[in-house]
Design a protein around this ligand. Structure first.
Ligand code: 13P
Length: 251
């Protein structure tokens, strides 16, 4: 009942010309894909071009951040209105790189999640522990605080629109993937927290993606775990063939 969702987070990569070439490659294989939900999240500068290219396909458009405010004097920020004008459907929020380098806290992630939901954009809310947390045995404590903080005060019925991405920070861009057992354990733990927050039904319907060095070689094993409902792919989403293989692993 939970449809697998594979999203490509391109991060700060791809000029417009490069984005065009990547999307042309993706469209050849994935334009009509409906059994897995496919999302691409280009940088803001390529959104308009990619949006136009995806108009006649099943591939959905996402972005990598959004302001918590509606409009006004917020230099450098991008609003929900601007994103919706480009037919953006998904917004990655609280990625560990934003938490780490730009000091985004759960408070701000939560404000953005609420704004996204209010404006009918679907948040992909990222959580995950750092290596030092895992080594100190604090994985659950850290992940629980992020889940409760980032998703505070969201009514149960709105969880249908939410995707959570579990991305252990030590596995991002490092080539070190969490084992499928390690990932499954945390995914089940996250679903348990959601159950406690908003009840069985919302928890059972919530899609939880894994992210962190997911690639064609390990995708099938990860995606076959009972609580892993998709992937948030960084490096391997920059190459059409790799991303297509990961999507196919989810079929
Ligand atoms: P990598 O797939 O490059 O490890 O990145 C994962 C990620 O951060 C996706 O948001």
């Amino acid at each position: 009942m939970r449809k697998t969702i594979i999203a490509g987070n391109w991060k700060m990569n791809k000029t417009i010309a490069e984005a065009v070439s990547l999307v042309e490659g993706l469209k050849r294989e994935l334009a009509d894909c409906v059994d897995v939900e496919v999302v691409v999240c280009p940088p803001f500068t390529a959104l308009k071009t990619v949006s136009d290219m995806l108009a006649d396909t099943q591939i959905k458009l996402g972005c990598q951040n959004m302001s918590s405010e509606d409009d006004g004097a917020y230099t450098g920020e991008i609003s929900h209105t601007m994103l919706k004008e480009l037919f953006v459907r998904y917004v990655i929020l609280g990625h560990s790189e934003r938490r780490d380098y730009y000091k985004e806290t759960d408070f701000w992630v939560n404000r953005k999640v609420k704004k996204a939901l209010e404006k009918n954009l679907r948040p992909i809310v990222c959580v995950g522990e750092k290596l030092k947390d895992r080594e100190a045995g604090n994985t659950e404590k850290v992940v629980e605080a992020q889940v409760r903080g980032s998703l505070a005060d969201i009514p149960a019925e709105q969880f249908e629109e939410v995707v959570v991405a579990y991305e252990p920070v030590w596995a991002i861009g490092t080539g070190k993937t969490a084992t499928s057992e390690q990932a499954q354990e945390v995914h089940a733990f996250i679903r348990g927290i959601i159950r406690d927050m908003v009840g069985d039904q919302a928890a059972a319907g919530l899609r939880i993606q894994y992210g962190g060095s997911m690639k064609p070689a390990n995708a099938k094993e990860l995606l076959s775990q009972p609580d892993i409902d998709g992937g948030l792919i960084g490096g391997a989403s920059l190459d059409a063939n790799s991303f297509i293989s990961i999507v196919k692993a989810g079929l």
